[in-house]
Write a protein that binds this ligand. Structure first.
Ligand code: C5P
Length: 307
């Protein structure tokens, strides 16, 4: 039996560039792993059965779950139909939150099952399979800090952020945002401003590759945070407006934004200590508003097999 840890991510930058011929949006993002993590346990059963249990009853453990879809894909590609596994998920990352919790679990399934079934796929092979299952999944395999282009699946390494930054995450546990809805709404509102072609997309990618805060020689600069989907989701989601308001008024924050398609919002802090202090200070307001909060450090890796 092995245990695999699956960290959440936040978007330090999310820019919607335009529409692609496959109907998806062309994106330019910087994603960052954080230490809010799910844990998955894998038992090799060799009985052709794939089963999933979870400590959170609100999560579907049926064939639509990315963990089982990843397991199915890996088994199909192996050609060994007798492979089986029983998988247990300890869910800590909020669901439907814009934190890639489902994608990270799916990536953990690829990594964990590749190991217990002895399939020998490289991380690059696993990232290619992950891209077939979801736009954010390839990033989750190696995690850390990466540029993500295309639908989100085209990855480019950047130097890790060396400052001891921390993230105060805030989310209303009763609210989730559908990613397809957020992109559809973005298209309705912004399509007339979308970039027209690949040459324009590449110009924006180049601009992002060159930003000061990703340059190791300018490593004292914190990410300014930007998310195009925030302007689309916040007007329709009061929980996002409330979270942004609270975070924008807390001392020592460096920047504030929504993550992914929301509704999680986060503030960056210079270190974990100031982040935890801010969480303490905000605690009465968070309680009154029914918002949950987590103080998280950055992680420089993605899913990993525990020793
Ligand atoms: O790939 P994933 O399952 O995360 O995408 C969910 C939905 O979000 C897609 O079906 C699509 O409607 C929308 N999407 C998009 N452009 C992207 C990523 C997602 O339009 N780059």
């Amino acid at each position: 039996m092995i245990t695999v840890t699956a960290p959440a991510k936040v978007n330090l930058h999310l820019e919607v560039l335009g529409l692609r011929s496959d109907g998806f949006h062309e994106l330019a993002m910087v994603m960052q792993s954080i230490d809010l993590e799910d844990r998955l346990r894998f038992q090799n059963t060799a009985d052709a059965q794939l089963s999933l249990t979870c400590d959170d009853a609100s999560l579907s453990v049926g064939d639509d779950n990315l963990i089982l879809r990843a397991a199915q894909l890996l088994r199909d590609r192996s050609g060994f139909s007798e492979l089986g596994a029983s998988i247990h998920l300890e869910k800590r990352i909020p669901i439907g939150a814009g934190l890639a919790g489902g994608s990270s679990d799916g990536a953990a399934a690829l990594v964990g099952l590749n190991a217990i079934w002895g399939l020998g796929h490289s991380p690059a092979d696993l990232e290619r399979m992950a891209a077939e299952l979801g736009s954010d999944m390839p990033f989750c395999v190696a995690g850390g800090c990466q540029l993500c282009f295309g639908r989100g699946e085209k990855l480019e390494a950047v130097p890790p952020i060396t400052q001891p930054l921390a993230v105060l995450l805030v989310k209303d546990p009763t609210v989730s945002v559908s990613t397809p809805w957020a992109y559809k709404r973005c298209r309705e509102l912004n399509q007339s401003n979308y970039l027209a072609d690949e040459a324009e997309f590449e110009q924006r990618r180049q601009a992002l590759r060159r930003v000061d805060w990703l340059n190791p020689l300018r490593s004292e600069l914190p990410p300014p945070l930007h998310n195009d989907l925030q302007e689309v989701v916040a007007p329709e989601t009061s929980a996002v407006r409330l979270a942004l308001d609270l975070l924008n008024n807390v001392p020592h924050r460096l920047a504030v934004a929504m993550s992914g398609s929301g509704p999680s919002c986060f503030a960056l802090f210079p270190d974990l200590e100031s982040c935890c202090q801010a969480q303490d200070q905000l605690s009465p307001q968070l309680d009154r508003a029914g918002l949950k909060a987590w103080s998280c450090a950055l992680r420089h890796d993605g899913v990993r097999i525990e020793a």
